[in-house]
Write a protein that binds this ligand. Structure first.
Ligand SMILES: Cc1ncc(COP(=O)(O)O)c(C=O)c1O
Length: 408
């Protein structure tokens, strides 16, 4: 159970903002989430009272910052059951996935090797691989999805073979919200000597993720989808892989020494993968966000997502104006179209009622052919959304009103 008072912790909610004359109902949490007071305060604390660079200064202030960053890293590690030196701070899931593709993929893939993806992936888990495939001569293949858009163990078993060097898939997809059997797929790819990279952008904020239990080789996720500041994210990698992996970005803070000849000695992981000044204030906020959602409870969050999803599906399933694409998926995401109405128009109309949903292709531009549409509207929930908000969203769609009625 989520305590309804949790909403009091979010200035975006307590400010009672009106949008188009209606109270704001924010249902775009798969895109980014609101920040609680403690996250805002932590980032402000760094900016107001502890500003200095990390890993740079031989003075007390810089030491305090280094300590805080180290503690934050340890907290992230315990959150996903990793070791501290396996946690790399990045600017988001996109940067984390690019680090895997250009760090691990570029140096290990040979012509004819296979990179296995799915049609349901976000651009950030496709485009880096497309480019690395071109650069190495590796081949992109897809684990076939079921008609509804789900990845099954059976399909993965058929697709994974001796040429499969990397499987890179979302644990929970960002449009339809299906949860992939990542643990089983990890076992299949390991049996063939390959690795698995898990895009956790939509899973880590919503369900308990344990990298040791999944036995994944990499896990990428963003901070801003779990109540942390934008510009924060994590790449987890098994240490024995990171140790041999090339950094994608080079610069200050990640090397021991370099020479006029161009030779360089690199620091060990994770610092090797954190070139340049890291987002220190964001990391202060990220640590607070993780503490905060752990306080709410990952099981409570998952249960609340399920409850809101079930309510929305129940409310919309018999409405002949609506086509829903993912009624049976696990995540708190409802992906739909208003029949005969272009998705962006439906999104704009919901906005006119104060309801913020996302419409379009949601950065998953090769999925839509599979579900026979060019764009959809996506409502995505988090633990601070209420039953009343879902009911208003459903009523707004079901009862239609002048705009939607014009089409029937
Ligand atoms: C499944 C998935 N992967 C990757 C990303 C990229 O995340 P970011 O923009 O925070 O880097 C997103 C963002 O929506 C996502 O949903």
């Amino acid at each position: 159970m989520i305590d309804p008072k949790i909403r009091d912790r979010f200035p975006m909610l307590t400010s009672n903002q009106m949008m188009q004359g209606h109270p704001l109902i924010y249902l775009d949490n798969a895109s980014t989430t609101f920040k609680p007071d403690c996250v805002i305060e932590a980032e402000n604390f760094y900016n107001s009272l502890q500003t200095s660079n990390s890993h740079r200064g031989d003075y007390d202030l810089s030491y305090l910052v280094d300590q805080h960053v180290a503690e934050s890293r340890a907290l992230v590690a315990s959150f996903i059951n990793a070791d501290t030196r396996e946690v790399i701070f990045t600017s988001g899931a996109t940067a984390a996935l690019n680090t895997v593709a250009f760090g691990y993929g570029l140096s290990t893939l040979k012509p004819g090797d296979e990179i296995l993806l799915t049609l349901a992936e976000h651009a950030s888990n496709l485009l880096p691989w497309f480019k690395v495939a071109k650069m190495t001569g590796a081949v992109i293949r897809y684990i076939p999805l079921t008609k509804e858009g789900r990845v099954t163990v059976e399909a993965a078993k058929q697709a994974i073979g001796p040429k499969t060097k990397i499987v890179s898939i979302a644990q929970v997809t960002n449009v339809l919200g299906y949860e992939a059997p990542v643990k089983e797929i990890a076992a299949l790819v390991h049996a063939q000597g390959g690795v698995i990279c898990v895009d956790g952008a939509q899973s880590v904020p919503h369900i308990k993720v344990d990298v040791k239990d999944l036995d994944c080789d990499f896990l990428a996720f963003s901070g801003h989808k779990l109540c942390a500041p934008t510009g924060t994210g994590i790449l987890y990698g098994k240490y024995h892989i990171l140790e041999k992996m090339e950094p994608f970005a080079l610069g200050g803070g990640m090397n021991v020494k370099f020479y006029p000849s161009g030779e360089m000695e690199l620091l060990p992981p994770p610092t090797r993968f954190e070139a340049g000044t890291i987002n220190v204030g964001g990391i202060y906020g990220l640590a607070k966000a993780i503490e905060f959602i752990q306080g709410v409870g990952m099981d409570n969050i998952a249960e609340h997502d399920r409850m809101l999803k079930a309510r929305a599906v129940e409310g919309l399933k018999n409405c002949d104006k609506i086509t829903m694409y993912n009624a049976t998926s696990e995540a708190g995401i409802v992906d739909f179209n208003v029949n005969g109405v272009f998705a962006q128009d439906a999104g704009t109309w919901l906005n006119s009622k104060g309801i913020a949903c996302r419409s379009g292709s949601h950065c998953a531009k090769i999925l839509h052919e599979h579900i026979h549409t060019i764009a959809t509207v996506r409502a995505s929930f988090y633990f601070y959304n209420t039953v009343e908000e879902i009911d208003t969203f459903v009523d707004t769609l079901v009862k239609g009103g002048d705009f939607l009625d014009a089409y029937f």
